[in-house]
Design a protein around this ligand. Structure first.
Ligand SMILES: NC(=O)c1ccc[n+]([C@@H]2O[C@H](COP(=O)([O-])OP(=O)(O)OC[C@H]3O[C@@H](n4cnc5c(N)ncnc54)[C@H](OP(=O)(O)O)[C@@H]3O)[C@@H](O)[C@H]2O)c1
Length: 312
């Protein structure tokens, strides 16, 4: 029996379907001399968001796993927009590399104005990493937790800054909630949708706790669904998934500019400067699925993430 069943409301599902059709709000303010950190900016939504922020004057600190692609991105941003672009390299499926960048971010002398947790994967075959964790949970969730955990006090000290999770309506696929006792999918059957949904759900649960941590400060933390966008996401999977993606998913995709427009609005617009702990479908605030509002589960996940992430 699904313990959240009574909390599900059809009206929320209809609202979500309605919101999918809305264009994002637009923010026309410039962002000169502000620092924006974006993970996974070598392709897709992160790449487009980096260009959007740079085109409006922001300096970019790009965090990716591929150095060659990252250098190319920075050259492009400097050349086209004349803004500063620096980078750090980390594979988010490797704990030691994530600790490394998280420490460097925490000791940055400059304020971080916006941090966009964007890097993510969709994997149809269960994969266990060198750290003995399931790949999607580690890459899409635990790495974002570790980075936030290291830098939360930098944000408090700054008393400013916005953290944005590029989350997903896909969190709704984890309709039964997380299997905290089976994060490696040994007792439950694995699927791409389930692992992806669970990692995005975990991110939303962590947002509850980080939001509490930032209460009373000017730091905000929010999550957004970037729309269904045609990107490289899922291209690492087998032929069957790639065919399904091409024929079904990509045919219904929206323009990637909508995602970056929304990320810019959430990071810069004064209209959301005091909004924190919320889930947005592009720029429309929305009620996420019931498991993502479970405070007790958020507490359990927090403790587990500290252990799994090797944090003190
Ligand atoms: N596309 C959609 O319709 C959609 C919908 C909802 C949510 N999202 C979310 O949007 C975010 C961006 O996805 P996308 O659609 O733009 O996909 P994408 O084109 O595949 O971009 C993903 C980015 O994450 C990076 N990345 C992947 N694995 C990594 C790892 N282990 N370590 C460090 N970086 C890694 C990729 O680096 P490489 O360039 O090296 O591969 C790339 O820069 C993800 O969080 C995804 O879940 C996307």
């Amino acid at each position: 029996m699904n313990k959240y069943i009574k909390q599900y409301k059809w009206s929320n599902i209809f609202t979500m379907l309605h919101n999918q059709k809305l264009d994002p709000e637009v923010c026309r303010d410039t962002f000169n001399n502000h620092l924006v950190v974006i993970t996974g900016s070598t392709s897709g939504i992160g790449y487009d968001a980096a260009k959007k922020y740079a085109s409006l004057g922001a300096d970019i600190l790009s965090i990716n796993r591929n150095e060659e692609k990252t250098k190319k991105l920075c050259e492009e941003l400097k050349h086209k927009y004349g803004t500063e672009c620096t980078y750090m390299i980390a594979d988010f499926s490797k704990l030691d590399q994530v600790h490394n960048v998280a420490k460097k971010l925490a000791s940055l002398e400059r304020n971080i104005d916006v941090l966009i947790h964007n890097a993510g994967v969709y994997v149809t075959q269960k994969t266990i990493t060198e750290d003995d964790l399931e790949q999607v949970f580690q890459t899409n969730y635990l790495s974002t937790f570790i980075i936030n955990y290291y830098i939360k006090d930098k944000f408090i000290k700054q008393n400013s800054g916005r953290i944005i999770f590029v989350n997903s309506e896909g969190h709704r696929f984890a309709a039964w909630g997380l299997h905290l006792d089976d994060l490696k999918w040994e007792k439950h059957s694995y699927s791409g949708l389930k692992s992806y949904g669970s990692a995005k759900l975990a991110q939303l649960l962590s947002m509850i706790k980080f939001n509490e941590y930032f209460l009373g400060t000017k730091v905000t933390i929010n999550a957004m669904h970037p729309g269904n966008v045609k990107t490289n996401s899922g291209e690492n999977n087998g032929k069957f998934y790639k065919f399904y993606k091409k024929v079904i998913i990509d045919r219904n995709a929206i323009s990637i500019e909508n995602s970056s427009e929304a990320l810019y609005y959430l990071g810069v617009s004064k209209k959301v400067e005091n909004t924190s702990g919320k889930f947005f479908n592009l720029t429309t605030e929305e009620i996420p699925a019931p498991p993502s509002l479970d405070r007790e589960e958020a507490e359990r996940l927090w403790i587990l993430s500290i252990q799994l992430g090797g944090l003190k």
